[in-house]
Design a protein around this ligand. Structure first.
Ligand SMILES: [Mg+2]
Length: 474
């Protein structure tokens, strides 16, 4: 049996602020009927998506197949501490949610009000009394995953584990053993160096290290006393800058000094094989350059979306061309909308459902609802994953972030809603309608009256305060 709502008998868990006792009774009746419905539900036969074929969409400069195919079959788990499975609870076992963060759950460091309610709904405070597994998939970064999870836990009033969290640079850990000396760019202070070292990168240098060794590198950028102190001394052993060979550049997080970082990235891109302070005559000898994502815009506290890492990436490529006789530079980006990032998310979901909810790790959920605010990354990537994967990836666009209501999104979502709460309610009700449809085609009696299920199947909101019960059609 694979049930949305097993076992049929469940303890009371509904904590929504509703005072009507008649509603509570109607709710219990409806819930037990739905439990009966779930008993007949089909077992998901969706197979794990193929990991062998990696998205190489290069229209925005996709990840080259060479660079990731050897790592994609042995995912590194971001799960740092196993969590005891919680058994005997009512957990949806054939669908799950994945959320973008900025513009969906958080904006300008504060939670979007409906996000807190949406998390409660996923954690069982819904009309069906079920819990729904979920993960977070953000292009943002610049902090340890554990630290970002602590922030998110506080903001959303839930416990968020690194086992359900992927940020822009998380997949970069799979490259730690491939390169020796790397340049790590972006973020506050020394944090990204620390994060890279925690991933296993062995020799990390930063733009600050290069400026400390040669202040003329970026003439208008002066290191503060603290930056100077914290930066590594690259010449400590009496060597020269040209003794240092950068094997790859990783932009982990948004640059805090676009001009200085642009200069240093370009210098390395135009060097002889990554050797500092050299210049290639052919401009085709530079090491690979990876960006943790490609978002040109992101949703912050400002009224209008702000420039993100994708903008720096375009500048790097454009200025490289302008300063190397028209030679093209091809950089690489992780993050959404790369399908490889969604495949990484699928593996994380499977692990999370197994460790947190005691499910079979080999089975991905039949449907993953992805909720995002940016058509170019969230919706594009979800739709591309859906086209490729055996399981369903269902894109939902919200109006609380980058997407502007009334405009035509460049990539069309399956559903457009106001907030993340509407997205969560829509997904859960769609699943209930699917379960009902399966029941209906099996020729058995329907456990709920047609009016109630019509509301669900149309994705409308049942009237919670109606005396007629939770599924009344307003
Ligand atoms: Mg966003």
């Amino acid at each position: 049996m694979s049930s949305l709502m097993s076992p049929p008998k469940r303890p009371g868990m509904h904590a929504r602020q509703i005072s009507s006792s008649s509603f509570a009774e109607a709710f219990d009746v409806a819930r037990s009927k739905l439990a009966e419905l779930g008993v007949e539900e089909e077992t998901s036969t969706a197979a794990s998506p193929s990991l062998s074929s990696i998205d190489s969409d290069a229209s925005d400069g996709g990840i080259d197949t060479d660079s990731i195919s050897s790592t994609s079959t042995c995912p590194a788990s971001p799960i740092t501490a196993p969590i005891s499975p919680i058994l005997n609870e009512d957990v949806a076992d054939n669908f799950a949610f994945a959320f973008d963060i900025d513009g969906v759950l958080i904006r300008g460091g504060r939670p979007i009000p409906e996000a807190i309610e949406a998390m409660k709904v996923l954690n069982g405070e819904n009309e069906f009394g079920i819990k729904v597994p979920y993960i977070f998939l953000t292009n943002g970064g610049g902090k340890f995953e554990t630290e970002r999870c602590r922030d998110l836990s506080r903001q959303l009033e839930i416990e968020v584990s690194p086992g359900q969290f992927i940020c822009g640079h998380t997949p970069m850990r799979e490259f730690a053993n491939r390169y020796g000396t790397v340049l790590v760019v972006g973020g506050e202070g020394e944090t990204c160096r620390d994060v890279a070292e925690s991933y296993g990168f062995r020799d990390v240098i930063t733009p600050g290290d290069i400026l400390k060794a040669n202040a003329h590198t970026a003439p208008f950028r002066k290191l503060t006393a603290a930056e100077h102190k914290n930066s590594r001394d690259l010449l400590a052993d009496g060597g020269k800058m040209s003794d240092i060979v950068v094997e790859a550049v990783f932009v982990f997080a948004d640059s805090r000094d676009w001009a200085g970082d642009l200069q240093i990235i370009l210098d390395i891109a135009q060097s002889k094989g990554g050797r500092l302070e050299t210049r290639s005559e052919t401009f085709d000898e530079g090491p690979p350059i990876y960006f943790s994502h490609n978002d040109v815009l992101w949703s912050s506290a400002h009224e209008h979306a702000r420039l993100g890492m994708g903008a720096l990436r375009r500048i790097v490529e454009t200025v490289f061309e302008d300063t190397s006789g028209g030679r093209k530079l091809r950089t690489h980006a992780f993050g959404k909308p790369q399908v490889s990032t969604f495949e990484f998310a699928t593996r994380l979901l499977q692990q999370w459902r197994a460790t947190q909810h005691g499910m079979q790790e080999s089975e991905p959920p039949a449907t993953v609802y992805f909720v995002g605010d940016t058509p170019e990354s969230d919706i594009r990537g979800t739709n591309a994953m859906d086209a490729k994967s055996k399981n369903e990836w269902y894109s939902i666009l919200v109006k609380t972030g980058v997407y502007q209501d009334g405009t035509e999104p460049r990539y069309k979502p399956r559903r457009l809603v106001d907030t993340v709460l509407d997205a969560v309610n829509h997904g859960i009700r769609r699943e209930m309608a699917k379960a009902r449809s399966r029941k209906s085609t099996s020729g058995r009696l329907l456990p709920l009256d047609d009016a109630a299920l019509k509301v669900l199947s149309e994705g409308r909101t049942p009237n919670f305060v109606s005396k007629a019960g939770p599924f009344s059609d307003p």
